[in-house]
Design a binder for this molecule. Sequence first.
Ligand code: NOJ
Length: 974
Amino acid sequence: MRLSISGLLLSIALLPFVFAVKSQDFKTCSDSGFCRRGRALAARADAAGSSWKSPYSIDPASISTDTSVFFASVRSSLYPEIKFSFEARIHEDGVARIRMDEVGGLRKRYDEAAAWALIEEPRRAKINWVVGKMDTRVQYGHKKEMELKIYHNPLKIVYLRGGREEIVINGDGLLHMEHFRTKQEILEQPDDANNASDESPEAFIENTEQKPFEANPRAWFEGESEDGWWSEQFRTWTDSKPKGPESLSLDIVFPRHNVVYGIPEHATRLALPTTTGPDAVYSEPYRLYNLDVFEYLADSPMALYGAIPLLHAHSTDSTIGIFDLIASETWVDISHPTAKSTKTHWISESGILDVFLLPGPTPNDVFEQYAKLTGPSALPPEWSLGYHQCRWNYISSEDVKTVAQRFDEDDIPFDVIWLDIEYAEDHKYFIWKKSEFPDPIQMISDIASVGRKMVAIIDPHLKRVSSYPVYAEASEKGILIKPASGSGEFEGWCWSGSSSWVDFFHPDSWPWWISLFQPKGNDKTWHWTDSTEDIFIWNDMNEPSVFNGPEITLIKDAIHCGGWEHRDVHNINGMLFHNITSKALISRSAPSKRPFVLSRSFYAGSQRFGAIWTGDNMGTWEHMAVGIPMVLSNGIAGMTFSGADVGGFFGNPDSEMLVRWYQAGAFAPFFRAHAHIDTKRREPFLLDEPYKSIVRSILRLRYTLLPVWYTAFREASVRGIPILRPHYVMFPKDVNGFTIDDQYFLGGSGLLVKPVTQPGINEVQIYLADNQPYYNYYTFDLYRGAESGRHVTVPAPLDTVPLLYRGGSIVPTRERPRRATRLMKHDPITLHVALDKSNSAKGELYLDDGETYANLQGDFIWREFTASTSKGTRIISKDLASIPGNKAVDAELTTYIPSNTFAQSVKDVRIERIVVLGLSKKPRQIKLDNGRILDWSFEDGVSAVGKKEGTTSVLTIKDPAVKITQDWVVNIEE
Ligand code: NOJ
């Protein structure tokens, strides 16, 4: 390979110790030929100013339409002999899809990203295209408020709402689909290259500083040289680029939207800082290329482990989305040409053009539109919402047992204990290191005895030794990724030394991978016999990470099934592993149970297969802070089951930092502490007081709020609305909130949290976006928001996380401290009613068995609680699932009945307490609709109505004698 073996061994041996942030290991735009070309194209267009004109146009004679699709041929005046197909489709929900591909070329561009990312071919709208001389248009939507205009020459696509332009594609003329060519082509320019062009390039040359026309008639657009066309060098690696140039450049402008979010994964703010223009915050574009970045920077547009090419553009008027469905490396420049607008420039290495325009117009609409395409997130097993204890490594069954015992001795809850790579003999996944784990089944069963689970790591690299049956069989089946030559097995280095990688693009790999997880008794000698259904899977290193590869990943010219180069599929590769492992877990039990698979790499659609985490963060305050916008950003891009390693993967956080990190982690959908093998042990039971008690209380708070989390996960799994909701999602018209990314709401519960991510803090400023009372979770202090927004000061001593109930919310909790989630199944519920300024409130509770798919057959309960006032206050519980046509009911669900099996199993679960905050008057009496008088106590204080702040009134209704499965009414009489 490209590195001497001794040098390689040395660097691997030293990996954990000497590698720091090594930016030089990773490409900048100028290290990458196609990115350089894309940026240079933009620079030439900029220099040419208004005289710049895209060479791409639609051939009017080729236009045809049917009820939903517009077809045409596109050509470029630079290469008139090359043909492109162009297609625009409108879906039933108003999403527009634009596709362009080279036809009849020397080779094919990769067009299978959609097959992996989309859940189905979306239904198309019936519409009427109006084909004119200059453009083709179509109006659609409920009131024909949306319009797509396709300008023929130059090609430009404009999406309008209410007659106003919201998205303009190729308005700046940066569209360029480099066609396949033979190496000599540029030298032998076709005779008619100039003549066939409708517009003389001279006009453009006059305005630029390009070389004279005779030298290269396309230089005004493509540049002078074949920059990085035929092969590329990065440090010691050569990319052979057998297909030559095939990159794709595209400008997408939002003339009326000046904030953009999304395109994770980057360690940066939620509202994406600019990368070009006079005041650009970053000098590099955002890079989407799944990479294992050791000790990544906490503020950077550098690529990380996942890539979701979905962008939200937002303004007080509307939210719209762009989903650029491409699997190859992509760079995105962002600038604000004016204070009101945003320009984005997408530069991808290979693949067809396949772009979706998501019309919104609200953030929730965009979420739903995106979920219709790539699927909502899977509803995970309920236990996976509990706390996960991980480290590299719990080294033996004894170690596992002791850790679990120590949690129990200190009364600290946890749900899952994890095994990192050292459980596997020589890092040969599936094979237990029997010296340390002599009886894995016993170990797993002991942990599972109180409903807890285990997770073990399985990476995609297979140790290349014939005695390792997993490798031997994959090799025999011919399902390993091939080197650039296209034959044999690609060989690289990872944890297991010399390794090969399963090619999950090979259809034969799927049944085989599934078979590895089949329970004992199958006719296999090497399947994972020593496991039970209580152990789940962690798919790490699936970018893939290749220690001796360029940028620590696979060479781009490696070959996958179907002859595709790795460059064509890189960003999808990790998702396939996640996908098939989750299918393997589903199929190992009958009836099927929900899988749990944590992946490091992800792409659009990964949300259907499990959770992800933000990789190898560092134990610093900076990394703790950036973890929040990273998780928010994943969430708005569909990947809502995500979290950051609590404590930081690297380093030894002090107790204060660890406490704050637990608080931040407890408010992330995926809540796991993890640590590098070289760090000191830092399990919560090892902390000194008062830190240990504080961490215990934050873990208990997580468990107390599990009903809220589960309800939010369920909504995400049906509608695609993220579990953590940033301000712009909750208050899309409040411009003050557009850049807020350090506080957020938990599902639709009305809980607003702002984790502390700095040392020595005793209070925080929280922004309240609306004119409602907000109540401190711990102190019952009432703060008032304002119509135009207002900051309030909330105490944040180390033992509390700043957490407010928004007035108008009803929050269900379970307040009995338990060791694990399953033990809470029959625990009673407390309702916290936080009244709004008109004395009303609303909340939801969704529960099911938490592990099977019986919920899809109608086995669940889904309640709505409301509080409303007219002569006293009435608190009502009703069955939401029974309301016909309810939007949030799973579309597949046809069989719901209120007395379903799950409802029966929890029919004795009571509401044990109702706490009402903000009542104006001490009640006279409280009774149920059936006349039963209830017991209560009242502490006077500030009411929800009015202007005062201070400690609010607290009414506690004790044991109201109602059940969670029942309809009931509690009357609070004045
Ligand atoms: C890299 C992962 O990011 C980290 O979490 C894990 O502990 C190591 N691989 C070892 O498996």
